[in-house]
Design a protein around this ligand. Structure first.
Ligand code: 1PR
Length: 585
């Protein structure tokens, strides 16, 4: 008979992936939606497995726990010493409060965590690092080896997927204390009736934060084990099977994989699938050049949509090859209502059963008219549909240009209604990616570009010797150009609450000629959120080039993978040969 694992659900994002790993490991996940459920389902169980997964905003999450009445029952459960695993904001919840939710409500109350560890969470503040931290980092044991609680097989030779702007950041003195095994002397971690505390530490730039904590029956990770590939599955397996200490402590002594890090993390490789229905009505992965996805010359009728395979099968293949992330772009959503796009939801549900790295979905994330009811469905609800189906992030294309234009029209202010703002507020900045589709425009002088547009002097003059370029934003898959530059777009989107930029280039798309490095540098200079370079990758050396010559955070490939010219693994091998750190499972 299958064993049961309980998962607290306060509708805070993608639970599908965690449930899928739990099932893969032979357990049945049961969602706990009310505190009454928590008490009654776990009553009399001596050694249950309970998960407290959290994504998004600390204030939103603890507010949901409080208004739904979960805070006290969770506290009682923890006091009873039974097993609980908290993930991401689930870890943060045991702290007192967070800089992310510092504002007081009208009653003068600030969002309060459980306060078991009496200290505050702060935003990463190393100026050289992108925030949020999005990517694969290492953990280091502080005091775990000589204590009895155990960190469920966390492995310092593995990489784990972090996505957070806020953390339990230690001062340099505290970090030294913790590293020398004296976490007991660090404020908030003093032994008490719930302690002693064991912790693992992680470094992001110059800052050290607490990335995992164990005390009594509780095990907490700041990273997302359900998104960490096989390394994360091993951690969840250890927790479910109750293996507090595993032979991994031996592996812990192995050094972490060599290589130069990219902004403090491994070089992140994203596989992208442009998805649409072909002329026979099947959902296929397609790819063109300069956004034209139809075959050029075909005998007989019409030019069919290029069919490069099935979305779920390809996503799984890239995961097995080592992709750090998979992105699905629904490229015809500007014509078809995403609400009717049930096949895309099915793709996510199926993909998230076997692909345990972050999944992004884009296309049609905007306020949408439901063709059946004739009512407008807010973008937040469209996004929620995708999150519930297994997406970790949504990517917004056309609508982000509209939102940025409105932002500037208001004199550089949001009004809280754009999809970027609403989704970011509920699910966190890290859940909102901006997909940018720019076209390069050559000009003879900076004055020849629209006013207030960032213009760069290019090393590659235009067809008539023009020395300057600006990058013009487009919408509807490149079909319509707008009088807004990329630099201005990404800055507005960051200010509105976006957490990452997916930077395409219509000129480079499908060209196999390498990324547009000038465009990448321009976008990176505009924002402090991570940027993913996209369009133009034709071989592994192009990935090396973009990581060496720019400070981009991640790089995306499509055509070269779909045409089977190279595997993701081959790209990683070449990166490693060039001394750049990559994640290996
Ligand atoms: O505007 O929010 O509905 O989102 C639509 C999304 O669909 C946008 O993210 C837009 O980039 C994408 N899109 C629309 N039409 C196309 C098309 O190809 N006809 N795809 C399209 C954009 C670019 C990348 C591609 C890279 C790398 N495709 O997805 O993967 O250029 O390609 P390469 O490595 O082969 O060079 P909304």
């Amino acid at each position: 008979m299958s064993k049961t694992a309980y998962v607290i659900d306060v509708e805070s994002g993608n639970l599908q992936s965690l449930n899928n790993v739990i099932e893969l490991l032979g357990w049945t996940p049961v969602l706990i939606k009310t505190p009454e459920d928590l008490v009654s389902k776990l009553a009399g169980q001596e050694d249950p497995r309970l998960f407290l997964p959290g994504v998004g905003n600390f204030g939103h999450f603890v507010h949901e726990l409080n208004v739904r009445g979960f805070a006290q029952p969770i506290r009682d459960y923890i006091d009873s010493g039974r097993r609980l695993m908290g993930i991401c904001v689930g870890l943060q919840t045991v702290f007192a409060d967070s800089e992310e939710a510092n504002n007081e409500d009208t009653n003068g109350n600030k969002a309060q965590g459980l306060g078991i560890i009496d200290r505050s969470l702060f935003r990463f503040s190393d100026k050289d690092k992108s925030v949020p931290q999005i990517g694969w980092n290492t953990i280091k044991y502080a005091n775990a080896e000589d204590k009895s609680i155990g960190l469920y097989g966390l492995d310092p030779s593995s990489r784990y997927y972090f996505v957070n702007s806020f953390a339990a950041i230690l001062t340099p003195e505290e970090a030294q204390l913790a590293q020398s095994g004296r976490i007991n002397d660090v404020a908030g971690f003093k032994d008490n009736d719930l302690g002693p505390f064991e912790v693992a530490l992680t470094t992001y730039g110059s800052q050290t934060f607490v990335s995992a904590i164990a005390f009594k029956g509780v095990f907490l990770t700041q990273f997302h084990p359900e998104k960490c590939g096989k390394a994360g599955v091993r951690v969840l397996d250890a927790f479910l099977s109750g293996k507090k200490h595993t032979t991994l402590l031996e592996r812990a002594k192995a050094s972490t994989p060599p290589g130069r890090e990219v902004n403090g993390l491994t070089a992140r490789i994203v596989a992208c699938l442009d998805v649409r229905t072909n002329d026979s009505g099947d959902l296929v992965v397609t790819k063109g050049d300069q956004y034209d996805v139809r075959e050029r010359q075909v005998d007989g009728a019409g030019n069919p949509v290029r069919n490069l395979g099935k979305p779920v099968e390809l996503a799984q293949m890239y995961y097995e090859q080592g992709a750090d992330e998979v992105t699905f772009l629904n490229i015809t959503s500007f014509r078809n209502s995403p609400l009717r796009d049930l096949p895309m939801l099915t793709v996510l549900k199926e993909a998230s059963k076997t692909v345990f790295v972050p999944l992004t979905v884009g296309g049609g994330i905007r306020d949408t008219l439901d063709p059946e009811t004739n009512k407008v469905v807010p973008a937040l609800e469209v996004a929620a549909l995708y999150f519930r189906s297994g997406a970790d992030k949504v990517s917004i294309g056309s609508d982000s240009v509209t939102a940025a234009e409105a932002y500037y029209a208001r004199g550089g202010k949001g009004d809280g209604t754009s999809p970027i703002e609403t989704i970011s507020k509920a699910y966190g900045a890290q859940a909102v990616v901006i997909s940018v589709d720019p076209r390069k425009v050559y000009v003879t002088s900076p004055e020849a570009a629209p006013a207030n547009t960032h213009v760069i002097k290019s090393a590659y003059p235009g067809p008539n010797g023009e020395e300057y370029v600006w990058y013009q934003c487009t919408i509807k898959g490149g079909r319509e150009s707008r009088p807004l530059g990329v630099y201005e777009l990404v800055r507005a989107c960051e200010a509105l609450g976006a957490g990452e930029i997916l930077l395409n280039s219509i000129d480079k798309d499908g060209s196999n000629s390498g990324y547009d490095l000038e465009l990448v540098r321009l976008a990176k200079s505009a924002v402090s959120i991570p940027v993913i370079a996209s369009s133009g990758a034709g071989n592994p050396e192009h990935f090396v080039e973009v990581f060496e010559k720019t400070n981009v955070d991640a790089a995306l490939g499509a055509g070269m993978f779909h045409r089977k010219e190279y595997t993701v693994d081959q790209v990683k091998e070449v990166l490693e040969e060039n001394g750049i750190a990559v994640r290996r499972d």
